[in-house]
Design a protein around this ligand. Structure first.
Ligand code: NDP
Ligand code: MG
Ligand code: MG
Length: 340
């Protein structure tokens, strides 16, 4: 079994002596900066002028330009969108890193796919929370944490592992468990998971179920509740106690249907497709496509996004959710506030 680290095994001192620059103050950035500060670490924020800068200042942080934040810090955590990291790294991070500093990431994409080639005299590590930034913050405030993976790409000082564990402790992840990984494993499993299961797999399963019911003449409202709304209730049971716990809670009829029909929907062919997706992630083909899409200003990304937002499940879903104000959790409320 993989080694999992918890709070009491972690030496905090190695990071307490250092100044941490959190670069970016979005989903992950705000959570890391606030949690680290409340865990007793010395944190500044690096940003360009704009909305995030204003928010970080309101939260009481000293906010520098990215270049100045890197200059004053010993540990630089890069929490910019993955597709902007390379340009900011070249312009503002690389020229200001000092020998013996550490540079860290929450996702291995740019290091693993060679978009950022770090200087050979700095530590490079990864602390990747396995959950959205707003939950990293919310669970920390509630005394818990989101688990994380840590990994070391380059260890110049001999401290890279201790630094990544202390950093994980600082954001609250060691309350839930911190596992060792490599940049390669984190990057490939993260990309595969979001494509095949969490985002791509789930959204397409939901849409296909909704379309099947509505095309057969059933009411869209009923199809929405069945194929979208109830997913959350089922996922909560899976999250709390795995497959057995979910199957214990649903009716035996539902469990029998799960056994006999589930494997016909997600079958060997689906798994063969998953293997295709995984091999495109492993070969760098997916990364190349996404990097080029960004270089071209995302023509496909925006076109597909517009089409997806017009899917009938979105229309009926919005109407029904407006009638159920209680489904709007703080995460949603936070998102709306940030958009103001
Ligand atoms: P967000 O898009 O939420 O936030 C990005 C931040 O970077 C914003 O504060 C933005 O500020 C700032 N920024 C963008 N461009 C620049 C620039 N050119 N110069 C300076 N600041 C800039 O990012 P995420 O938190 O989603 O992602 C950060 C990292 O965390 C990524 O590596 C991602 O893969 C990883 N990650 C994210 C997860 C998540 O929950 N979202 C989960 C696990 C890992 P401004 O307001 O000025 O635009
Ligand atoms: Mg990801
Ligand atoms: Mg039912």
């Amino acid at each position: 079994m993989a080694k999992v680290y918890y709070e009491k095994e972690i030496d905090k001192q190695v990071l307490q002596e250092k100044k941490i620059a959190v670069v970016g103050y979005g989903s992950q950035g705000h959570a890391h900066a606030l949690n680290l500060r409340e865990s007793g670490y010395d944190v500044v924020v690096g940003l360009r002028p704009g909305k995030s800068q204003q928010k970080a200042e309101e939260d009481g942080f000293k906010v520098y330009s990215v270049a100045d934040a890197v200059k004053v810090a010993d540990v630089v955590m890069v929490l910019l969108p993955d597709e902007h990291q390379t340009e900011v790294y070249e312009a503002s991070i690389k020229p200001n890193l000092q020998s013996g500093n550490a540079m860290a990431f929450a996702h291995g994409f740019n290091i693993h796919f060679n978009q950022i080639v770090p200087p050979s005299d700095v530590d490079v590590f990864l602390v990747a929370p396995k959950g959205p930034g707003h939950l990293v913050r919310r669970t920390y405030e509630g005394g818990a944490g989101v688990p994380a993976l840590y990994g070391v790409f380059q260890d110049v000082t001999g401290n890279a592992k201790q630094l990544s564990l202390a950093y994980s402790q600082g954001i609250g992840a060691a309350r839930a468990g911190v596992l060792e990984t490599s940049f390669q494993e984190e990057t490939e499993t993260d990309l595969f998971g979001e494509q095949a299961v969490l985002c791509g797999g789930l959204t397409n399963l939901i849409k296909a179920g909704f379309e099947t019911l509505t095309e057969a003449g059933y009411q869209p409202e009923v199809a929405y509740f069945e194929c979208m709304h109830e997913v959350k209730l089922i996922v909560d049971l899976l999250y709390e106690g795995g497959l057995e716990n979910m199957r214990y809670s649903v009716s035996d009829t539902a469990q029998w249907g799960d056994f006999v029909s589930g494997p016909r929907v997600i079958n060997d062919e689906t798994k063969a497709r998953m293997k295709e997706v995984l091999s495109e992630v492993q070969s760098g083909e997916f990364a190349k496509g996404w990097i080029l899409e960004n270089k071209a200003n995302r023509p496909q990304f925006y076109a597909i996004n517009a089409l997806e937002n017009q899917h009938p499940i979105e229309k009926v879903g919005k109407e029904l959710r407006d009638l159920m104000p209680f489904v709007k959790q703080p995460l949603q409320a936070t998102k709306e506030k940030q958009k103001d």
